[in-house]
Every structure is written in C-alpha cells, then in structure tokens.
Design a protein around this ligand. Structure first.
Ligand code: HSE
Length: 297
C-alpha cells in the first residue's frame, strides 16, 4: 500500500532533437513516497528540498496523478511525499521527474493497469502546469528509461531508442534562472531551409548512431543550428564550456532542455569525469554558483 521510488532527471532535446529527443540519467533524481489512503482524492503531504505548492491543482505531481486518478476512478485515494534533489528550473527535468514519478507509483499501487505511453500522457498534464505546454521529451525518457523519441504527441507515440553501453553524461547547472516559457518565447517561428536540412540530417544520424553504437557519429550529430544559437545567449560562458569540454574529450555538448544546465556526452566514465573538471574550471572564478553531475545513461 506504499511505494518509495527514484524518479530520474532527464535531458531533453539532446542538441538537434528539440521537443522530440531525450534521455534519462541513471543516478540523479528525486525520491518520492506514494501511499494508498482510505480517503479519496490526491494529496501532497510533504515536500522536502524545494519550495513548491501543496495545492493539488498547482503541483505537477498531483496534477498528473489526478489525470490518472480521474481516468482509473479507484476506490481509494493517494498521498504523495516528494524529496527533491533536482532543483526546479535547472533544465534537467525537475517538473517531469515529479510528474512521471507520481503516475508511475500510483499505476504500480493499482496493479499496473496502464502502459508507459498512457502514463506519459497523464504526466504531460502535470508538465503543462510547469512549462505552459504539453511537451513530452523529458517525461518519456523518465518513464521509458534510456533514450526516447517522441514521434508524435497527438496521438501520443513514443519510440524507445537503444543506448550504447559506455555512454555517460556530464552536466553543469549554473545557478541562474532561465524560465522554459521565456526560453521558448525567444525562438523564431520560421527556420531557413538550409538549417532545417542540417537539423534533420543530425537527428537522423544521431538515431542511427545510437542503433549502431557509433560514438564517432554521435559526436558528428550533436549539433543544433535551430535553437542553440538563440538560447545560448541566456547562458553565461556557454561557448567557452563547449570549447573546453570538447578539448577534454567529450563527444559533444549542448543545452540541457531549455537550460541553464549544459550537458556533454562522453564515451567512458573516466572521460565524463575529466569533462566535469573542465566544466568546473570555467565557472570556478566566476560569481555564479554551480553543481556538476556525472551519470551513466
Ligand atoms: N523541449 C523543451 C524545450 C524542454 O526545450 O523547451 C524543456 O525542458
């Protein structure tokens, strides 16, 4: 009647795949405890580690839980405890971790009536509260694991992609605020044809590289000519971080989700740790506080 879960952080977009590609971190994430109650409804009873709303209609975890609950109409209620390790607004899927975690746990307590795609659909309702739009590129990898591609949101179709076994991610989170809504608002509505060609060639080759364990092709595909030129201006030292991590041996780097976190992919844990040092070095003598993470994907 109670479950304790790890709800992972995720990196959306993965450079070229704006709103469609994402991957899940193996070791960085929140914890949640979800409990069946005799009293009906959804209640958030505890939030540790972040200042987030307790009202059922305002917290992403309860909004997504409620979407599932109203569909399943069970004969009980649920209470949710949230232990946040992922800072809200960091760009590594903080809201998605809460949204995905609550629906995963409630589904488990109900005997798993829903599949991962259906859970993604419920969790998107919570994500919409946080970011103003129902994108699934953080939620899908949190629920499916590894790399995912959101083929379509209506109808919802998620493809699970393979993950090469030595692939690691390094993330630096500079503690400045970048709101997803603002990071979306600065994007142009039209893409020059030549940029579109470059972008879809990169998405295609990245997907192929994941299927064929081709680390060199991963490296060549991690480019974003559509979104990064605009959003990188919101992130201090972005270009320098990118230059330094490539020198340190990373396969490539980009903005994690809508930022401000920057991610880099590496082949091997040792390289990912060297990359973390290179990222740290860039921010060490600045006034900006930061955290770095290394995780298997
Ligand atoms: N794909 C979304 C964006 C992810 O880049 O706006 C937000 O976390």
């Amino acid at each position: 009647n109670e479950i304790k879960i790890f709800s992972p952080a995720t990196v959306a977009n993965v450079s070229c795949g704006f709103d469609v590609l994402g991957f899940c971190l193996d070791t960085i994430g929140d914890e949640m405890v979800i409990r069946k109650t005799n009293e009906k409804g959804i209640k958030i009873t505890k939030i540790v580690g972040a200042d987030l709303p307790f009202e059922t209609g305002k917290n992403v975890a309860s909004v997504s839980a409620l979407a599932l609950y109203n569909d399943a109409k069970p004969d009980c209620g649920f209470e949710i405890e949230i232990y946040k390790n992922i800072k809200p607004g960091s760009g590594i899927g903080s809201s998605s971790a809460s949204a995905a975690g609550s629906v995963f746990a409630i589904n488990h307590l109900l005997g798993n009536p829903y599949n991962a795609t259906q859970l993604t659909g419920f969790a998107m309702k919570g994500e919409a509260v946080a970011s103003g739009c129902e994108h699934a590129d953080n939620i899908a990898p949190a629920l499916f694991g590894g790399f995912t591609l959101v083929k379509s949101t209506s109808p919802l179709q998620v493809l699970q992609l393979p993950t090469p076994k030595d692939l690691y991610v390094t993330i630096i989170h500079p503690q400045i605020e970048v709101k997803t809504s603002e990071a979306r608002a600065i994007l142009p509505q039209d893409i020059p044809l030549q940029n579109a060609i470059t972008q879809w060639s990169n998405v295609g080759s990245l997907v192929h590289a994941l299927h064929t364990n081709d680390y060199n092709l991963i490296s060549l595909s991690l480019n974003d000519v559509v979104v990064e030129p605009y959003r990188s201006q919101l992130i201090p030292h972005f270009d320098l971080v990118k230059t330094e991590v490539l020198k340190a041996g990373a396969l490539g780097a980009g903005i994690s989700g809508s930022g401000p976190s920057i991610f880099a992919l590496s082949k091997s844990k040792t390289t990912a740790e060297t990359v973390a040092k290179a990222m740290t070095q860039v921010f060490t003598n600045t006034t900006i506080a930061f955290n770095t993470y290394v995780s298997k994907i």
